[in-house]
Design a protein around this ligand. Structure first.
Ligand code: FAD
Length: 569
């Protein structure tokens, strides 16, 4: 049936789902694709498509066409993301690829079709961006998270050449699924994490992927051995530090601009069984950051002489600490800022963990005590809990379920993430935590923790400040329009984010946005700084028609006859 289908003009393709299934095993096609006529479907759309998407869709070929949806429910869903801030046009179609070959056929078709403006194509992981970064307005979104795979994913393996275990994953897989799979096969787990596991591998590798393990292992992009990538020319390329290294480094932290990652080989370690999870409070910012920086300086120490995870957060009101991740602090023992914070009304919470298993359970108490003795937190503010490793890694999902139950998850998220050089973090505290934020209630956590720059590979596309140590400061706030509290409105939070950015600019703080959102070419050029030339060169090499990643707002697809409109105006 397939070969017959291929021989038909593509606008007359009709699929016999039963034959198709039995010919390739367990692949199940959606009912919508049982019988389709491309031209009818294109015509039936209320708004006719531009030439670009039409050309592209007419030429993807039978196999890939079967995995494309023009259903308005699907295109609408692909236009929405976690941020709920973007109102850009929907894509014309959504591709649910079965394999890298589908992605390659789509991109090859986009590359080869030569309309005035080629259709944009963007990968979508789990749509957890804040500003429509995974969008392809008017083009095709490749929905990586919903693959109809025909075979079970492989388990972990050992490579003596790499000196460790690894697992190969489809880039649309969520980290939580990768974790469950690697644990099942021999108790292994990836080394470097994000705080939240319901993110796709491709989505976090396109940014960096950071959490409290980054001081020791580096970000997730420093823990990948090799990748399969489909470039903007529709070529499937395997790349690593040794093979096609330029593409490998370009794609890591590359904001989806150089190719669609379809497979990643992730570094693994033996997973600990349990986690001793500790929070201590500070009223003095200098003591807080000195202790954080001391703890990350122990990155190369023996396991017994360091923590495994170092993060922290700012507490500007009690609601935050006692609500968002409230499972940690005992309800019988609520934290009262006023009694601890002295005059300035701001507290800082250091969060650390120590991993252990049967063989180290006997010494974990002493090791934690010895490390805590080196710190200068407010006496009597040690909050400790002990949980299975998986529960610790999956902690934010618990907060998600609580927020969902209260209808507080699907709300706008004007998140702002900054990397701040360590030398200016005290200025940032004065100007922002104790300045711009003032005594306002915050509707979401404000994370702050340092990282070691030498754990980041400078050849990647990720942008970090030019200092040995820099902090992530993450304002993870939700707008709550119905709260009746003007300081929690989207307008207020958006204005405050801009004030924070302006403060950083005017004070020459040298901060860089993480998960960056910029509006003009000049802002992007400034963001990349000395990496901008490399970024441009890599773009013209791997995606010369600027088809990929237009949702980021860095480049727009260019007419094949023109080389002058390389950027948004
Ligand atoms: P999407 O939003 O779908 O895509 C993000 C970008 O990557 C887009 O430009 C998209 O085109 C591109 N992309 C997606 N898949 C691919 C692919 N296969 N190949 C090439 N490009 C691709 N980040 C951290 O680093 N640490 C955290 O602790 C953390 N916690 C978070 C907690 C929550 C609740 C949320 C909502 C986000 C968090 N993030 C964190 C941010 C998160 O890493 C980014 O938003 C990431 O982009 C989301 O992944 P996603 O799979 O949803 O990607």
């Amino acid at each position: 049936m397939l070969s017959k289908a291929r021989s038909l003009p593509c606008f007359q393709l009709v699929f016999d789902v039963a034959t198709f299934e039995s010919s390739i095993g367990s692949v199940k096609l959606d009912r919508r694709f049982e019988s389709r006529n491309i031209e009818n479907e294109l015509e039936a759309r209320k708004a006719p498509l531009d030439r670009g998407p039409t050309d592209l869709l007419l030429h993807v070929g039978a196999d890939t066409w079967a995995r494309l949806s023009l259903d308005p429910a699907d295109t609408r869903a692909a236009a929405a993301d976690f941020g709920r801030l973007s109102s850009r046009p929907e894509p014309a179609a959504v591709l649910r690829p079965g394999s890298a070959a589908d992605v390659a056929r789509l991109l090859r078709s986009a590359f080869d079709s030569a309309p005035a403006r080629p259709a944009p194509v963007s990968a979508r992981g789990h749509g957890h961006s804040a500003h429509g970064q995974a969008l392809a307005p008017g083009g095709v979104v490749v929905d990586m998270a919903h693959r109809s795979a025909s075979t079970a994913p492989p388990g972990p393996a050992f490579d003596p050449g790499l000196g460790g275990h690894y697992v190969d994953v489809w880039a649309g897989e969520l980290w939580v699924d990768v974790l469950n799979r690697t644990l099942e096969h021999g108790g292994l787990a990836p080394k470097s994490w994000t705080d939240y596991l319901y993110l796709s591998v491709g989505g976090t590798l396109s940014n960096a992927g950071i959490s409290g393990q980054a001081f020791r292992h580096g970000p997730q992009i420093s823990n990948v051995y090799d990748l399969d990538v489909v470039t903007g020319k529709g070529e499937i390329v395997t790349c690593s530090e040794k093979q096609n290294a330029e593409l490998f480094h370009a794609v890591l932290g590359g904001l989806g601009q150089f190719g669609i990652i379809t497979r990643a080989r992730i570094a693994l370690e033996r997973a600990p069984k349990r986690v001793r999870w500790i929070r201590v409070l500070y009223s003095n910012f200098t003591a807080f950051t000195s202790d954080q920086e001391h703890l990350i300086s122990l990155h190369a120490a023996d396991a017994s002489g360091r923590f495994d995870y170092v993060e922290g957060f700012v507490i500007v009101d009690e609601g935050l600490i006692n609500n968002w991740r409230s499972s940690f602090f005992s309800p019988r023992n609520p934290v009262k800022i006023t009694s601890l914070a002295g005059g300035n009304g701001v507290l800082y919470c250091l969060e650390v963990t120590k991993n252990y298993d049967e063989s180290t359970a006997g010494s974990v108490d002493q090791e934690v005590e010895a490390l805590l003795k080196q710190l200068e937190f407010v006496p009597g503010t040690v909050f400790t809990t002990d949980v299975p490793y998986v529960d610790f890694l999956d902690r934010v999902h618990k907060a998600e379920l609580k927020l969902r139950a209260k209808g507080l998850w699907d709300v706008p998220h004007p998140w702002l993430n900054l990397f701040v050089p360590a030398s200016r973090i005290a200025d940032f505290d004065r100007g922002v935590f104790r300045g711009i934020l003032g005594a306002n209630k915050t509707s979401g956590p404000i994370l702050i923790y340092p990282m070691n720059k030498h754990k980041w590979d400078e050849r990647s596309s990720a942008v970090t400040p030019d200092e040995d140590v820099f902090y992530l400061v993450a304002f993870l706030r939700s707008a709550l329009p119905d709260s009746g509290e003007p300081t929690q409105s989207l307008e207020h939070l958006t204005r405050q984010n801009q004030q924070i950015l302006d403060f950083c600019d005017e004070s020459g703080i040298g901060a860089k946005q993480y998960l960056p959102h910029h509006k003009t070419r000049a802002e992007w050029a400034r963001h990349f700084g000395s990496q901008w030339e490399t970024f441009l060169r890599r773009k013209s090499e791997f995606d010369p028609k600027f088809i990929l990643g237009s949702g980021q707002g860095i480049f727009q697809p260019v007419p094949s006859t023109s080389s002058s409109h390389l950027f948004p105006s």
